[in-house]
Design a binder for this molecule. Structure first.
Ligand code: FE2
Length: 201
């Protein structure tokens, strides 16, 4: 079960609406490398993990991703409140507005709705942890792309925080993977170390 704390993990205080930016940033709400996919990935994978520490790591990071999902939703909301109809039309936000008004809905920047096929829960801890590390790098790249188009310091501040957390998660999953590999028979999986040849003999 979870306890809910009625505050954001990192404050979001955006003063100026910007519908164009909202359309980009919504990708981290419901896009292919977004926070809801990250959260569901880790919170689903943890059940089949044969290592309690790795299940705990997945629960921990999956929970934090929910807090990031909340932050991204808040960013999108603050960027789209108080928009004039003229701004909505000019910024290209019109099609989204027709379907959702200014409700926050999980979709990619390109308009594709969130889909659980964007992540896996494979029931194999090595497979899952490799996916998790790749997912963190993809999310980090998306935040890098977003930072290139953001000129509002209020938005950039929150996005930089989120980007940094992806780097930390990548490292923590790397530690989890090392923990699992230390425990397994090295003949059964590919290792990135020079001892690999010896193991195969
Ligand atoms: Fe993450």
């Amino acid at each position: 079960m979870w306890d809910y704390e009625k505050r954001l993990q990192y404050p979001v205080n955006i003063k100026n609406p910007n519908a164009k930016l909202a359309q980009y940033i919504i990708s981290q709400y419901g896009g292919p490398d977004g926070e809801i996919g990250a959260s569901l990935r880790y919170l689903s994978q943890r059940f089949a993990s044969p290592y309690r520490e790795v299940s705990a790591l997945l629960t921990d990071i999956g929970t934090e991703e929910l807090a990031h999902f909340e932050m991204v939703g808040t960013i999108v909301h603050q960027l789209t409140r108080n928009l004039s109809m003229e701004e909505i039309e000019k910024s290209g936000f019109g099609p989204y507005y027709i379907d959702h008004t200014v409700g926050v809905w999980p979709q990619a920047a390109g308009g594709i709705p969130f889909n659980a096929c964007e992540f896996q829960s494979k029931g194999d801890i090595i497979t899952d942890l490799f996916e998790d590390m790749a997912a963190e790098q993809k999310a980090r790249t998306t935040y890098d792309n977003i930072l290139r188009v953001v000129d509002d310091p209020d938005v950039a501040d929150a996005i930089r925080f989120l980007r940094q957390r992806e780097v930390v998660h990548f490292q923590r999953f790397g530690e989890g993977l090392r923990r699992v590999q230390e425990d397994l028979d090295p003949k059964n999986f590919y290792q990135f170390n020079p001892g690999f040849d010896r193991c195969m003999k």
